[in-house]
Design a protein around this ligand. Structure first.
Ligand code: PLP
Length: 485
């Protein structure tokens, strides 16, 4: 068998702690009592909670074994598309755990939080510079929360103009959170189809933009990994009819230091710090989705704002047009520190280089795999490339079969079946942090899988073979989820 990085026989089975426990075992000795015993109140003495009795080594092995079932970016390549899963330097974790930060309480007065406030103030300036926007709020706790904040700002802007509008244009390539944020804010999402090149056409927007449309929500680069080349003309059309342009900046990893969104007609955008700026993510958090705005939208930003006065940083509340507070305290502070540390340690030149390498790596994969896998949009891509299973479909092999087989070779599968505009999509984002050797191995693996699809399709239908958990029944898992373990 060809040597692969997949699971070996030494990955052990592991029962639940309740099945492992034996009455009377103990993993911890309490210190000798130095006060007189005092019986608990009557009502507190009944049956205790149902905890298993375990020794220390039982517990250590349990969690160590479970950890070995896990796969993360510290284990190997994690080439998800539309969700930058790059390796985040460990030094940024270290800065976030400095005692001055971890010990700071959000209710401390400004006079005792000068360091934290200064960091937030400077970080906002850095994000203004990177995005080319005028001002930033750090409050939103995720990309979707940032989108929602941006929509509230657009709503507040039109309200202030005295003419409320009801619709927002959303392209068919949008991430699902986009129409959700639009609807949650009371707008109606109006879908628009991308052209045969996978991007928005000026004509399509000109046709549907009207006086009742509050704006457009466009992801740039979009979820096909393509740069919206017509964005400036589209922004002109939207602005001419009194609308605003929102940019979903989740894909900023492709354009740091290369595109200033403020210069290409964007009025408001969010950044996903947990994608681009060095917070490892997955499993639901923590995240951070700062929102940056052009000058005319600054009055609507959430409060409090960090303001500098005579070298002192204060939290200012006096913004009458503000949409108010949109999260407890000051956002996901730990994530903000990591992003600040990342930007400071990289500097402008290296941030730009990171984006250039991310784009180079994606184009390298696109070019080397395009004979093996069908490439629906054969043109230069940004940080990610989208293939489909069209070639393999003739062998009755679908995207899912190939994704599952990748696990046998030690690779986390890429994003599959997204974006929805490409049937059987396989969306790969290698990021800038993977070496050429690892990327080559990924490419060779995909080629090997394509050969298997021709020669031994049955192998793929039953993949993965050597993983801890084999092919799952996804329909039953979705219909009858087992949530108790
Ligand atoms: C990840 C992503 C989002 C949502 O961000 P969350 O932080 O997961 O809420 C929105 N749009 C795009 C294009 C994304 O990739």
């Amino acid at each position: 068998m060809k040597e692969s990085l997949g699971a070996t026989g030494l990955i052990l089975n592991e029962p639940l702690l309740w099945e492992k426990g034996k009455k009377g075992r103990c993993g911890f000795s309490f210190p000798r009592r130095d006060v007189e015993p005092c019986p608990l109140d009557e009502e507190l003495t009944g049956e205790g909670p149902d905890f298993p009795d375990l020794s220390e080594v039982d517990v250590v092995r349990h969690y160590t074994r479970l950890a070995q079932w896990n796969f993360g970016v510290d284990t190997g390549m994690y080439p998800l598309g539309s969700c930058t899963m790059k390796y985040s330097p460990k030094t940024n974790e270290k800065q976030a755990s400095l005692p001055g930060f971890t010990g700071a309480h959000p209710l401390l007065p400004s006079s005792l939080s000068q360091g934290a406030l200064k960091m937030m103030f400077e970080f906002e300036q850095y994000l203004n510079e990177i995005t080319g926007m005028y001002a930033t709020t750090l409050q939103p706790a995720a990309g979707a929360h940032g989108e929602f904040t941006g929509m509230l700002i657009i709503y507040a802007f039109h309200k202030k103009q005295g003419a409320q509008r009801s619709k927002i244009i959303v392209p068919d390539t949008a991430h699902g959170t986009n129409p959700a944020s639009v609807s949650l804010c009371g707008f109606r999402p109006v879908p628009v189809t991308s052209n045969e090149q996978g991007i928005l056409s000026v004509e399509a927007i000109a046709e549907i933009m009207d006086q009742d449309t509050a704006g457009i929500m466009v992801t740039n680069p979009n979820t096909l990994g393509l740069f919206e080349e017509n964005i400036q003309k589209i922004a002109q059309i939207v602005h001419a009819k009194g609308g605003l342009v929102y940019c979903d900046g989740a894909n900023m990893n492709a354009v740091m230091g290369m595109v200033k969104m403020g210069n290409i007609g964007i009025d408001v955008m969010q950044l996903n710090l947990h994608k681009t700026f060095s917070t490892p993510h997955g499993g639901g958090g923590p995240g951070s989705g700062p929102v940056s705005v052009a000058k005319h939208l600054e009055p609507f930003l959430p409060v409090p704002r960090v303001v500098e006065e005579n070298n002192t940083y204060i939290l200012a509340e006096d913004y009458p047009d503000s949409i108010g507070k949109i999260s407890a305290f000051h956002g996901a502070f730990g994530v903000i520190i990591k992003a600040y540390s990342y930007i400071r340690s990289m500097g402008p030149e290296n941030l730009k280089k990171a984006s250039q390498l991310a784009v180079l790596n994606a184009n390298y994969i696109k070019e080397r795999l395009k004979g093996t896998l069908h490439l629906p949009y054969d043109r230069p891509c940004m940080h990610e490339c989208v293939f489909s299973d069209k070639h393999q479909a003739t062998q009755n092999i679908a995207t899912l079969d190939m994704a599952k087989r990748l696990m046998d070779y030690g690779f986390h599968p890429p994003t599959v079946h997204f974006p929805l505009v490409v049937p059987g999509a396989i969306m790969v984002e290698p990021t800038e942090t993977e070496s050429k050797e690892d990327i080559d191995q990924f490419i060779e693996t995909f080629k090997a899988i394509a050969s298997e699809a021709r020669e031994n399709p049955d192998l793929l239908h039953h993949a993965p073979k050597s993983c801890k958990v084999k092919r799952l029944d996804e329909v039953t898992a979705a219909r009858k989820p087992c949530l108790t373990g």
